[in-house]
Design a protein around this ligand. Structure first.
Ligand SMILES: Nc1nc2c(c(=O)[nH]1)N[C@H]1C(S)=C(S)[C@@H](COP(=O)(O)O)O[C@H]1N2
Ligand SMILES: [Mo]
Length: 315
């Protein structure tokens, strides 16, 4: 078992055992956990609240919103299998409580319950964003979340840190896909700190005015609308600030097909298919794919010093 899990699991167990020993299990949980929180520096178990959040109208769409039913039943979450219809299997994921670790090159490492983390980061907002999967399907959804920049501010990265490596939970007893040993579990993604501070980057907590469905990456995921969807890592348990460029799950599997940058670019074909157009979920219509998925104005500056969005940025 990877070390990161051993640590988290041990903490959970000791907390449950403590509750039992103190006779608090089942009754007076709220009071009991409040006391525990104080003792252990930890939030009581409660899901993320605050839905629906106020919409931030700065982000407008050029297309109709995808029907909620489509967005929650057609999902990519390889932990539960490689088909798009894993939503029932994903219900097994226990998302409350949910411990998140912030570590690496930061002023102070933090282990915190997801709901307490969101409370610390400030108010959530709703934004309408396009989403473009590298497989050439797309959707447009109302996300709820907090600007990712707030997480960076909370973490206070040290001066040498350059990247944020993010990791999804690892528990093959819950997620059958994780028994498939040819995949490099757990799912890992990474961005530069500068990308994480871009106004568009969201730490996603909800969709369609509600908390995230499990199959969409509850309780916390990354939302990076200018990048291919695989960068939007789901059900995050760890944020590590580092000076090393993270090697993502898909990059480990096929680095010529799924590169670190993965910025949406209609001009650069995937080695096995064109990226010039995309299919909107719930429709057979194909629409032209937009450079940076239509977010050039907000993000082009991130890559200016790198010679723009050449082939190099996709690979
Ligand atoms: N942990 C994890 N995160 C993941 C994936 C995954 O398989 N596992 N799939 C990615 C891909 S390829 C896409 S397109 C989006 C899909 O998000 P959605 O299913 O909520 O539409 O999640 C991304 N995040
Ligand atoms: Mo994707």
């Amino acid at each position: 078992m990877p070390q990161h899990m051993a640590t988290d699991e041990a903490l959970f167990l000791s907390r449950r055992e403590w509750l039992k020993a103190a006779g608090l299990a089942g009754i007076g949980i709220a009071a009991g956990t409040a006391g525990l929180s104080a003792m252990m520096g930890r939030a009581s178990a409660a899901p993320i609240t605050g839905f629906p959040a106020t919409r931030n109208d700065s982000y407008v769409l050029d297309r109709a919103l995808t029907a909620e039913q489509e967005a929650i039943t057609y999902t990519n979450f390889y932990e539960f299998g490689s088909s798009k219809t894993i939503w029932r299997k994903a219900q097994k994921l226990e998302t409350d409580p949910w411990m998140v670790t912030i570590d690496g090159m930061v002023e102070e490492e933090l282990k915190i319950d997801a709901a307490e983390l969101i409370t610390k980061l400030g108010s959530q907002e709703e934004r309408l964003y396009r989403h473009r999967c590298v497989e050439a399907w797309a959707m447009a959804v109302p996300w709820t979340g907090v600007p990712f920049s707030k997480l960076v501010a909370l973490a206070r990265p040290t001066s040498g840190a350059k990247y944020i490596r993010m990791e999804t939970f690892y528990d093959p007893s819950v997620a059958p896909g994780q028994k498939q040993s040819w995949y490099p579990w757990p799912y890992v993604e990474g961005i530069t700190i500068e990308e994480g501070m871009n106004e568009l980057a969201l730490l996603g907590t909800g969709m369609y005015g509600k908390g995230l469905e499990k199959q969409n990456g509850a309780p916390l995921r990354c939302v990076l609308p200018w990048k291919y969807g695989f960068k939007g890592i789901k059900s995050i348990v760890k944020f590590t600030f580092t000076d090393q460029q993270p090697v993502s799950f898909w990059e480990q599997l096929a680095k010529n097909e799924y590169g670190f940058w993965a910025n949406v670019n209609p001009e650069v074909a995937h080695p096995r298919w064109s990226q010039a157009t995309e299919r909107m979920l719930g429709s057979d219509d194909r629409v032209p794919t937009l450079l940076y998925n239509g977010y050039e104005e907000q993000v082009a500056g991130l890559y200016a010093g790198m010679g723009g969005i050449g082939d190099r940025l996709f690979r």
